[in-house]
Design a protein around this ligand. Structure first.
Ligand code: FAD
Length: 466
C-alpha cells in the first residue's frame, strides 16, 4: 500500500513533492510542545492548487486521512497526524497579487507570516497579524486557527483580516472565493466556515487578506503595577486617552518576568525593584506627526498620580522596543526551564480579567500547594495564558498527571464567568474532550452537521475539534 501511495504521489508532485517515512519526515511528526508524536504514510508537498486538489482526490479515492500542515507551530496537536497523509503547504508559497489601492494582498497558504508582513511593508502598507511564531507559522495555518496575537485589540483576529479564500474541498474540488470585497452579502459567508476550522473541512490554498495604512509613529512602555485592579484601570485610562491608537496591551505576572529574565540570554528586568504585575503598552498611528510619546507620558502620569502605576519606562529606541517585546514573547520558551507546565489559553470578558486571575490563582494553589502560576497574555482583549509551572520539588510527570484536574478548576471558573476555554490556539486534539464537556449539545450537533456536509467521509484531519 505504502509503495503504491508514494508512487502515485510522486506521479502527481514529482520527487521534490513527496517525503517518505524516515529521518526526513521527523520534523513533520512532532509539534514544538512535545505533547504528541504523530505518524504518517507520506508527506505531500504540493506547489500549486491543482496539485493540492489532485492529492486530495487521490486520498479521497483511497479513504486516506489528510492532515493539512503549515508551519507546525500550533500548540494543540491540530497538525499532528495519526496515519494517512500530511499535506504540507510549504511549497505553496507565492504572493499572487498586491493591490495597494484596494488595500488587499492575495497570498498562497504556505507563505510564512513574516514574509506576508514584509511584502505588505514593501507595498507601503501594513498587515497587522503578529505573534511570537511569525517567523515559522504560515498564513494558511493562521487562517485555519483564526490566530489572535498581539494586535487583536486594534485590528481584530485573523477572521477580521480575511476577505476571500480559495479552498480545496474534501472531495478534491477547487472553490475559488478569492474576492477582495469589503461588502458582499450574497448568501452564507462560506469563508467563515473554513476560518478557524483547523483543517477539518478542507485545505485552504490561498486567501485575500486586508491591508492597512502603515504605522508611522509608535510609542512603547512597560509599566509596573501594584495589583491587577490597578493594571486594569491603567488599561481603561489608556484606551480612553489614546482611543484606537492603543494597539497592544499585554500583561505579565512577576513570576513570568522572573522566568524570562533568569533563563533567556540578554533579557533584563528594566526596573530596580520587583513588582507584582507588569503591562506592556503600545500606541501606534499612521500619522507620522502624532506625538505618541507625549500621549503615553500623559497616560502614565495620570496612572502614577492615582497610584495604579508604581514605575514605568518608555522605550527610547527601536532596540529598547524590541527588548520589551522580547521580554513578553520569551515567557513560554523560558518556562520550559522550570520543569512541567500545564497551560490554559482562555478568555473572559475584559471586565472580569482581574477577578478571574486572582480567583484561579487561589483555587489552583489550594488544590496543589507550591504550584507556581505564570499568567500573562493579551489582556486588552480578555485573553489570558493561565500557565501553571510545577512546584519546585515535584516530579515533572506527577505534575503533568494533574492536567485534567487543573483543567477542571480553571475551565469551570472560565465558563462560570462567561469565558472561552480556547481563546486563540483552537481545539485540535488537546481540547477536544474539553469542548465536548462544555459546549451546549446543540452547538456540537450543528458543528457535526457542518462537518458531515463538507467532509462526509471524514478524511479531513479526523479526530480533531469535533
Ligand atoms: P500548523 O500548526 O501547521 O496547523 C495548525 C492547524 O491548522 C492544524 O489543525 C492544521 O491541520 C491546520 N492547517 C494548517 N494549514 C492549513 C491549511 N492551509 N488549510 C487547512 N488547514 C490548515 N497563536 C495565536 O493565535 N496567538 C499567539 O499569540 C500565538 N503565539 C504563539 C507563540 C509561539 C512561540 C508558538 C510556538 C505558537 C503560538 N501560537 C499563537 C500558536 C500558532 O503559532 C498559531 O496557531 C498559528 O496560527 C499556527 O500556524 P501554523 O502555520 O504553524 O499552523
Amino acid at each position: 500500500m505504502n509503495e503504491q501511495l508514494l508512487t502515485a504521489l510522486t506521479d502527481i508532485l514529482g520527487p521534490k513533492g513527496v517525503v517518505a517515512p524516515g529521518p526526513d519526515m521527523e520534523g513533520y511528526l512532532e509539534e514544538s510542545r512535545d505533547l504528541y508524536r504523530g505518524e504518517a504514510l507520506a508527506v505531500a508537498k504540493p506547489a500549486t492548487t491543482d496539485e493540492v486538489a489532485a492529492v486530495v482526490r487521490l486520498c479521497a479515492q483511497s479513504g486516506l486521512p489528510i492532515v493539512p500542515q503549515g508551519g507546525n507551530t500550533g500548540l494543540v496537536g491540530g497538525a499532528v497526524a495519526e496515519g494517512g497523509v500530511i499535506l504540507s503547504t510549504e511549497r505553496l508559497n507565492r504572493i499572487r497579487d498586491t493591490d495597494p489601492l484596494n488595500m488587499t494582498m492575495t497570498v498562497e497558504a504556505g507563505v510564512i507570516l513574516q514574509n506576508v508582513q514584509q511584502a505588505a511593508d514593501a507595498a507601503d502598507c501594513f498587515f497587522p497579524l503578529s505573534l511570537a511564531a511569525e517567523g515559522t507559522c504560515r498564513i494558511g495555518g493562521n487562517i485555519a486557527t483564526n490566530a489572535g496575537g498581539t494586535a487583536v485589540l486594534r485590528y481584530g483576529n485573523t477572521r477580521e483580516l480575511v476577505l476571500g479564500l480559495e479552498v480545496v474541498t474534501a472531495d478534491g474540488e477547487v472553490w475559488n472565493g478569492l474576492k477582495g470585497l469589503r461588502k458582499d452579502n450574497t448568501g452564507y459567508d462560506l469563508k467563515q466556515l473554513f476560518i478557524g476550522s483547523e483543517g477539518t473541512l478542507g485545505v485552504i490554498t490561498a486567501a485575500v487578506i486586508k491591508l492597512f495604512p502603515k504605522p508611522r509613529a509608535r510609542a512603547t512602555a512597560l509599566a509596573a503595577c501594584p495589583d491587577l485592579d490597578s493594571l486594569m484601570k491603567l488599561f481603561d485610562i489608556a484606551r480612553t486617552r489614546a482611543g484606537d491608537s492603543l494597539t497592544a496591551f499585554e500583561m505579565m505576572a512577576r513570576f513570568a518576568v522572573e522566568v524570562a529574565t533568569t533563563h533567556m540570554e540578554g533579557l533584563r528586568d528594566p526596573f530596580e525593584q520587583s513588582h507584582s504585575w507588569y503591562a506592556l503598552l503600545e500606541l501606534t498611528s499612521s500619522r507620522p506627526d502624532d506625538a505618541l510619546d507625549d500621549l503615553l507620558e500623559t497616560v502614565l502620569g495620570e496612572a502614577f498620580e492615582a497610584e495604579w502605576v508604581a514605575d514605568a519606562v518608555i522605550a527610547s529606541s527601536l532596540t529598547q522596543v524590541e527588548e520589551l517585546w522580547r521580554l513578553r514573547e520569551s515567557i513560554s520558551e523560558a518556562q520550559k526551564h522550570e520543569g512541567g507546565s500545564i497551560k490554559h489559553d482562555v478568555s473572559v470578558p475584559v471586565s472580569k480579567v482581574a477577578h478571574f486571575i486572582m480567583r484561579a490563582m487561589d483555587l489552583v494553589g489550594e488544590a496543589l500547594p507550591g504550584i507556581r502560576p505564570c499568567p500573562f497574555g493579551h489582556i486588552g482583549d480578555g485573553n489570558i495564558h493561565f500557565n501553571l509551572t510545577q512546584p519546585e520539588a515535584m516530579d515533572k510527570s506527577a505534575f503533568l498527571d494533574q492536567w485534567e484536574a487543573m483543567n477542571r478548576i480553571v475551565h469551570d471558573l472560565v465558563v462560570d464567568l462567561g469565558g472561552s476555554i480556547s481563546a486563540e490556539h483552537g481545539i485540535g486534539k488537546l481540547k477536544r474532550a474539553e469542548l465536548a464537556h462544555y459546549a451546549p449539545e446543540i452547538e456540537i450537533r450543528m458543528m457535526r452537521a457542518i462537518k458531515a456536509a463538507l467532509d462526509p467521509n471524514n478524511i479531513m484531519n479526523p479526530g480533531k475539534v469535533v
